[in-house]
Design a protein around this ligand. Structure first.
Ligand code: SF4
Length: 327
């Protein structure tokens, strides 16, 4: 029996951080044994906002591929590739653009928010949710791993699939969101970890860099010195302990509350836990950075495999639409 298909993607923003690792990558790694996985680095999407910073693109793609592989994604088990290396995404996007009403795109919440806050008004920016639909449907994906906040994005893809299937014939499954099981990872300022907040711990950071960042991490503002009772439930350091410190969690909470534990000592403990957890990722990372050809080979091979599936879909699409002119 054919395996179900999962499509996942990320914009090439360069080195990945703990939020990406816990919120997405670990989940992808756990799926690769049971599904046909396509892991796409969506460089065309990045152009909607970074169209004037293209000189960074190649290096960012490389760093992201390194982080994918160092986190445990296996180029043999899943196709890891760059979106623009599979031109069929663009063909399907163009065909979808003929059948999707503009108001469907204008009502996507992130369009209104970002077009105002980032001053983005390009045709490509308006169309990016449709390109996203093409990215998913070109592989006839059954699932897309996303966080809760992104479930609405999949809905547009489902509507696009329904509309196409209704106009022509059944080509696309309606993909489902596959919710990731990890909670939001706090950054060093207590907000969600995000590159744009400059509060990240990267997978590529050294143990020393990690220690320095954690030293400045926000804690419970009412616990100013050792002896003060703290509230671990509102402390971002404790939120990271919950992810990285296996044993002794309750003791940390208890001694924080009683005032016995000081934040300096606790952060040292967290630093050790995070550095231990990331040690295998970092050592694999260093190995891959030293062998860039291996990384590019994985991406080229992944693009070939993705192209095979995408070409199969485009044959079905052209045939459903009556766009076959070869005889
Ligand atoms: S002791 Fe730890 S958990 Fe408690 S407030 Fe300080 S850093 Fe947070």
């Amino acid at each position: 029996m054919a395996r179900e298909v999962v499509l996942s993607g990320m914009q090439p923003t360069g080195k990945l951080h703990l939020g990406n690792y816990e919120g997405a990558l670990k989940n992808w790694v756990s799926l690769q044994d049971d599904y046909d996985m396509y892991c796409c680095i969506v460089d065309w999407h990045a152009l909607t906002s970074m169209f004037n910073e293209t000189e960074q693109m190649k290096a960012s793609i490389f760093e992201m591929a390194v982080d994918y592989l160092a986190s445990g994604l296996d180029g043999e088990k899943c196709a890891i590739f760059v979106q623009s290396q599979v031109k069929e995404h663009a063909e399907l996007y163009l065909l979808f653009s003929m059948i999707i009403p503009i108001p469907w795109l204008e009502r996507v919440p992130s369009y209104k928010e970002k077009s105002k806050s980032l001053g983005l008004d390009s045709y490509g920016f308006l169309g990016y949710p449709l390109l996203q639909a093409a990215d998913i449907l070109i592989y006839r994906a059954n699932y897309v791993p996303v966080g809760k906040d992104q479930v609405a994005h999949i809905e547009l893809t489902r509507e696009v699939a329904r509309r196409f299937n209704g106009f022509y014939q059944e080509v696309f499954p309606e993909p489902q969101a596959k919710l990731t099981k990890f909670a939001e990872v706090p950054g060093t300022d207590g907000r969600k970890m995000s590159k744009s907040y400059e509060n990240i711990i990267s997978l590529a950071d050294t143990p020393e860099e990690t220690a320095a960042k954690l030293k400045t991490m926000f804690t419970d503002p009412e616990k100013l010195r050792m002896g003060d009772p703290g509230h671990p439930e509102i402390c971002p350091v404790y939120a990271l302990h919950k992810i990285y410190t296996g044993e002794g969690l309750e003791k940390i909470a208890e001694t924080c509350r009683s005032g016995e534990l000081g934040c300096v000592a606790d952060k040292k403990h967290l630093t050790e836990s995070i550095n231990d957890a990331l040690a295998p990722v970092r050592s694999m990372r260093a190995e891959l950075v030293g062998h860039p050809d291996v990384v590019w080979d994985v991406l080229n091979d992944g693009a070939k495999r993705a192209r095979d599936r995408a070409q199969e879909t485009m044959d079905m699409v052209r045939s459903a639409m009556g766009l076959t002119y070869d005889s």
